[in-house]
Design a binder for this molecule. Structure first.
Ligand SMILES: NC(=O)c1ccc[n+]([C@@H]2O[C@H](COP(=O)([O-])OP(=O)(O)OC[C@H]3O[C@@H](n4cnc5c(N)ncnc54)[C@H](O)[C@@H]3O)[C@@H](O)[C@H]2O)c1
Length: 378
């Protein structure tokens, strides 16, 4: 077996620790360094890992054992992180969103291009196994052409304890950027990436950053239409209609009567190790339809209902590591590039613009998936 790739994690917070879990389960990678500006976070990292623990991303990137850096610092620090890691000649996985605006995100892409290093933006739920399976159904065209996709997600995102930074639009936060980055990435992956225009609306009290939810209608090249709806205001919970499985890929909701009379009992249809569920995603094809499930896909056509089981395939952070390995070994991948991250960011921001102007916004930074082979989404 080849030597393992040394991973450095910048930011020992929520995302950083989730990536550390994924690295610990993947024999191709090894956690060799952690950087965090906060002394208490460094103490936690020293306690939780055997990796070298440093203060700054620059020190982390300079560690000889580090081959790739996962940037899980808050979004406003992504560009500075990308620049120092790229200058050190190390590969980068940067958390979403890449930046707060397209120009800054483009600078990050340019820095990695100039240095000749890989830049992957994620983890997003587009990399979850059921979503990739849906993309394969599109490229294999077993149900004919994809006509439309509908994605809806109800959570309590806005009701959870939030820091002022979590809601600060100028630093790349707020519900639309944080959650839209997942939802629009999923829709772009399923529909082929090349979004042409979007009309969107936001709901909430109108204070900047206090977006409680959004909806968007996206038109893709080739005419496929996609609709996204997200409410982070609590109330209905999408896990009620996704077998109790939510974004973390665990069965984690237990409704009481009368909800139990109206929804499938949590866990009753979920497999062991269910795939994460970002709400409900349903696709309409010329000759049938498909819905994502914690096991993979339910496919409905003239022959009845069948299931595609993808529980053996990675999701979330494990799937990001898979993409990184593919990028480093030259295997076909979904091309989860920096340019892809810029395009998803553009789509999120266009929804905000459309909500203000009341009209559709034409998109200019979109990238399509490369010549589609089902192999790329395995
Ligand atoms: N993919 C996902 O599902 C997912 C989930 C959570 C967060 N995120 C993304 O991950 C990023 C981090 O979010 P989080 O919730 O983990 O944040 P967090 O606040 O939990 O952790 C961030 C950590 O980074 C450290 N830090 C801040 N600036 C730094 C710097 N310049 N150098 C080194 N360390 C620094 C902080 O001290 C903190 O420990 C955000 O971009 C967010 O959008 C993605």
């Amino acid at each position: 077996m080849n030597a393992r790739i040394g991973v450095g994690i910048a930011g020992w917070g929520v995302a950083g620790r989730l990536m550390a879990d994924a690295v610990s389960l993947d024999p191709r990678f090894e956690l060799v360094g952690v950087a965090d500006r906060d002394a208490a976070a460094r103490e936690r990292a020293a306690r939780d890992t055997t990796a070298a623990v440093v203060r700054d991303v620059e020190e982390l990137a300079a560690l000889p054992a580090v081959g790739a850096v996962y940037l899980a610092t808050p979004t406003r620090h992504h560009l500075e992180g990308v620049i120092v890691v790229a200058r050190a000649g190390k590969h980068i996985v940067c958390e979403k969103p890449l930046a707060a605006d397209v120009e800054t995100a483009q600078q990050a892409v340019d820095a990695t291009r100039a240095a000749g290093v890989v830049l992957i933006v994620g983890a997003t739920h587009a990399l979850d196994a059921p979503v990739r399976a849906l993309r394969r159904l599109v490229t294999e065209a077993t149900l004919g052409q994809l006509l439309s996709v509908e994605s809806s997600c109800h959570t309590d995102w806005h009701k959870r304890r939030r820091t002022p930074e979590d809601l600060d639009l100028s630093s790349g936060n707020g519900l639309l950027l944080r959650q839209g980055a997942h939802q629009f990435d999923m829709l772009r992956l399923i529909c082929g990436g090349d979004a042409r225009s979007v009309a969107g609306s936001l709901f909430g009290p109108g204070d900047p950053g206090h977006e409680l939810g959004f909806s968007a209608q996206i038109i893709f090249g080739g005419g496929t239409s996609a609709s996204a709806y997200y409410s982070g205001n609590g109330g209905f919970d999408s896990r009620l209609s996704s077998w109790g499985v939510g974004e973390t890929g665990t069965v984690d909701i237990s409704p009481s009567w009368p909800l139990t009379d109206h929804f499938v009992l949590p866990g009753s249809g979920a497999p062991p190790n269910p795939a994460p569920m970002f709400g409900r995603t349903v696709a309409t094809f010329e000759r049938g339809g498909a819905q994502t499930t914690p096991r993979g896909l339910l496919v409905l056509d003239a022959d009845g209902v069948s299931e595609i089981d993808v529980t053996a395939e990675p999701s979330g952070w494990a799937a990001v590591l898979d993409q990184l390995d593919r990028a480093l070994t030259g295997e076909p991948s979904i091309a989860y590039s920096g340019e892809w991250g810029v395009a998803t960011l553009e789509l999120c921001l266009a929804v905000r613009r459309s909500a203000v102007t009341g009209g559709p916004v034409v998109l200019r930074h979109q990238v399509g998936l490369p010549a589609s082979s089902p192999q790329e989404t395995r």
